[in-house]
Design a protein around this ligand. Sequence first.
Ligand code: G4P
Length: 527
Amino acid sequence: MSLLNEVARRRTFAIISHPDAGKTTLTEKLLLFAGAIQIAGSVKARKASRHASSDWMEIEKQRGISVASSVMQMEYRDCVINLLDTPGHQDFSEDTYRVLTAVDAALMVIDAANGVEPQTIRLLQVCRARNTPIITFINKMDREVREPLDLLAELEQHLGMDAVPFSWPVGMGRSFGGVFDIRRDRMRVFRSGADRVGADSDDIIEGIDNPEIVQRFGDSFERATGEMELLADASQPFDREAFLAGKQTPVFFGSAINNFGVQEVLDALVDLAPQPGSRHALQREVKPDETKFSGVVFKVQANMDPSHRDRVAFVRVCSGHFERGMRLKVARSGKEIRPNNVVSFLSQRRELLDDAYAGDVIGIPNHGVLHLGDVLTEGEALQFTGLPFFAPELFQAVEVADPLRTKQLRIGLNQLGEEGAIQVFRPDAGGAMLLGAVGQLQFEVVAHRLKSEYGVQARMMSSRYSMARWITAEDPKDLKKFMDANAQHIAHDVVDAPAFLISSSAQLRVAQEMYPKVQFHALREHG
Ligand code: G4P
């Protein structure tokens, strides 16, 4: 198959939701419908228990399974679908943002009883900023949930994009009759149960005017037709260009646990979601069907075994053809690697991978050679843009209880910083290292990992800072002047980028007024 065809048949997407909306269930059902797993329950079984004794223990468990289940590849209707999971806990949202840079589309799962929830809104903002096309699945229609028209209105309001229903629910909860497929003018009748894949022909009733529908679903159906008529008048028709530009989202209703509405989502991914596109590098635009390989590290995951400091770098292939054993160059360091034991993520088993194309994700085990944001090529110096680091809002100073372990602390913090588990700042004025986080849990995980992986008993102390801004200036002299005058507030992060640390936004305003030639950034893009 030609490179062009291989690219054309790839679909790479992330699945996003507020915790408990049904992301795990839907993921499992997508795999089931694509034939990638035989038995429902295998993803679920691996999900960390919701009732773990502490939050960070849960995170640890998630970490344990996430190398295996955070990327899943399946084949469906001649397409290769790469599904990237995102951490559910909001304290790890930074990780999620980075995963979103590696996909071409997102599948958003909404709990029909709760509507658009806070965590979903945050994720949506990232998708919006990147114009990522979003397909929406409104889940749990087998429950007493909110009115579908309300849900749609809420979606549009938060999304800032038009929601275009492809299907419409007939009833809900106990009287959930199924969904009407607006495009194909037919109704799929709901039957509960998780043991069926696909629909039997007697589950389908053709035509909106079919008397059988009214006969069987009476009031619920009349109500649904009324709503559909209203929508037909009020809403925009589906426009694929608008969807691809992130201005419209197709909406599907269903019940993941009952395998209902899942097939439609899978088909939408194949039919509507885009194939991998070109990517921006600082140097040039990189096309997915260029013959030369390029890829970018969007996630680094430490292995669980503390005796091996192995890390797996997740690389999104951006162009060309990856073959096992090929020589690759790390653009940042110039180092050459020849990955032989690269893993792919076929239906959750880690398997040795032979080749991969744009849109695929490969895992490269390494000992710290690969950092977040690193670009791998066959030699060309490329730097892809857009991998975000967010200015932390929580800070703690960290010290080691036993001074003899200072070196281990430094190594541990460096590695955890490179992995993106936390941001590490070295104050220019000396003193304790500072940790910056977006969520409180990150500190707990870091303390726990320092102990178990590096044998360091770290002491976390409160810090007076509550804000950081990365600083740049066109003229290095301006930057130096600012840094000299504010030396007590300057620190460098793991990639040696200088940051201004402060305790209030008033301080920031003063600095901005006094030093108009210095730029203060809440977001650092790798490169
Ligand atoms: P998450 O990954 O987004 O956190 O959600 P997950 O799939 O774990 O689903 C959260 C809960 O919602 C689970 O129930 C799951 O069974 C339930 N659920 C998922 N889809 C549907 C649906 O279509 N209808 C209904 N009624 N429930 C659904 P749980 O009781 O928290 O867990 P479990 O005991 O079932 O494992």
